[in-house]
Design a protein around this ligand. Sequence first.
Ligand code: PMP
Length: 410
Amino acid sequence: MTTEGTRPDPLGFLANEIEELKRQNLYRPMRVLSSPQAAEVVVDGKELISLSSNDYLGLATHPKLKEAAIAATRDFGTGSGAVRTIAGNMTIHERLEIELAEFKHVEAVLTFQSGFTANSGVIPVVAGEKDLIVSDALNHASIIDGMRMSKAPRVVFPHKDVAALRELLREAREKGRVDAGGAPYRLILVVTDGVFSMDGDIAPLPGIVAAAEEFGAAVMIDDAHASGVLGRNGRGTVDHFGLHGRVHIQVGTMSKAMGVLGGYVAGSQALRDMLIQRARPFLFSTSHPPAVAAACVAAIHVLRDEPELIDKLWANTVYFKGELRRLGFDTGASETPITPVMMGDSAMAQRFSGRLFEEGVFAQAVVYPTVALDKARIRTIVTARHSTEQLDRCLAAFGKAGRELGLIAG
Ligand code: PMP
């Protein structure tokens, strides 16, 4: 493109880069959903069974959440009008945090616009130049961005390797800060995802906590994919492992199993108070609309009152994962409803996803840079709302595409 006749477009390189991505099968077009998020959806005009949403419990269309959102809109309008420290702090925001703190068994909670902004907001507030961050190699992009925005140096430990983590912590405690003649770190913060979003495996939290306690470090867990999925009533990884009081910062999301939108940081009162003073997404971006906060409160009530949804989610997970493996697919290290079906090559993953689409199944390929170049996969998530009949139709499509493309025997 040129602007005003002959002047060259300074952004002209973007079109070339897009062509290159397409050539490498790394370009991802967006599909368009014209139905509610549900087990069966309409995507690009076609009816499909979805294995692609993070709406684990089907709360995105739960009548109690919808009613709460409608009532809040009727009573309080559509927008909060400001950041919370200026004029956008409504009773519904405060109520949500009180209920979340009670639910998570912590002193205090602060909500953010998303899980992403919760992670990227909290890390630079707690960790600065006198501190050290120790991070799992497969942590989520929002943790990585949070670390980038922090002045703290960081070291990465191999994925889930508690022995390597212990060694790093020992060394950090023995040697101290290289930039300050070995002065001790003020804080060593160990950060990990609770459930890893691309592989569906669970962090070895008991080992991480024990290592951190041995060397006086703090632990932060990002429970985006554990919120509403693991622990009693979906309270998360800390509850799942019985580690209440021993993890200092818990980040959760309300955008996935809670069916709405938002993130939160759960921990001490001092942590909440300091985040209000310093966390940039909190200070510089408008708070949730009343409808969002009210629907999140309703979601906590559903988690508390309808635990059978979580039981159904896990029953579907065990069934679907087991059948995929029986068909001969490699489902990687998955232990949760996130079940990757490993393809290796991005061209194969894209082709496979296309064949599933033709067979009536919506399951997206995940390719580089979301995962390593040779670890392309189809990422599936079953929900509490899928019937066995729907899962069987998905399995038949996987079997057919897998045999056709030579991924499984048959
Ligand atoms: N952390 C992890 C591990 C995630 O998978 C995600 C969402 N992909 C987030 C944080 C961000 O959550 P949200 O969608 O609420 O911004």
